[in-house]
Design a protein. Structure first.
Length: 195
């Protein structure tokens, strides 16, 4: 797609492509992402934040279990209206309950939006990310309001399919840049620091 393609056009194209994937491809990519997440977690020292993939999003709850098996405390987001995301600890599949928007959220004590400032790494859902770190989300702004709370220098990785790591996406001034991506085939892809 061209550099002038709008975010909504990107979203339509990417969600259509995700829905067209077979269950076998999704399962293979989810297993590869769980393995890549475990390798990444071995490099991170401290708690991490992630999310529960839903629908056609890449990954599966096995990714969360891989993070825990690597010895990491895992925080998951809780959507609270138009505010920054709240967070709670993931304590295994039994700790997830259905929530708004078809999401699964942890049912443990809420830790507040500032809990994300304590993580040593963050895995973020994305429809795509470009090589300069511009992330394309679904457009609700939940992460736009939460990412500014993350400490400077903490790795913030967009979790995408390999085809969703692109050369250029439309950017806006409020966009917080990702430091890298986690993909099924490429594993951890770190982006060059911008000066």
């Amino acid at each position: 797609m061209s550099a002038v393609t709008s975010k909504n056009e990107w979203r339509t194209r990417l969600t259509t492509a995700r829905r067209a994937l077979s269950a076998e491809v999704r399962a293979a990519e989810a297993a590869a992402l769980a393995a890549a997440a475990a390798e990444w977690a071995a490099r991170v020292h401290g708690p991490v934040a992630a999310y529960v993939p839903v629908g056609a999003e890449p990954g599966s709850p096995a990714l969360l279990d891989a993070l825990r098996a690597a010895g990491r405390r895992v925080l998951l987001p809780i959507v609270v209206g138009a505010a920054a995301l709240d967070w709670a600890e993931y304590a295994g599949p039994e700790s997830l309950t259905p929530a708004r928007y078809g999401l699964l959220e942890p049912n443990g004590p809420r830790l507040g939006p500032a809990a994300v400032a304590e993580v040593a790494g963050l895995l973020v859902p994305a429809l795509a990310v470009d090589r300069s770190g511009v992330r394309l989300g679904r457009g609700a702004g939940h992460y736009d309001r939460s990412l500014p709370l993350v400490r400077v220098g903490v790795p913030v990785l967009a979790v995408v399919r390999d085809e969703e790591l692109v050369d250029r996406l439309p950017a806006e001034p409020h966009d917080i840049r990702m430091t890298g991506a986690l993909t099924p085939d490429g594993g951890l892809v770190e982006f060059p620091e911008r000066v």
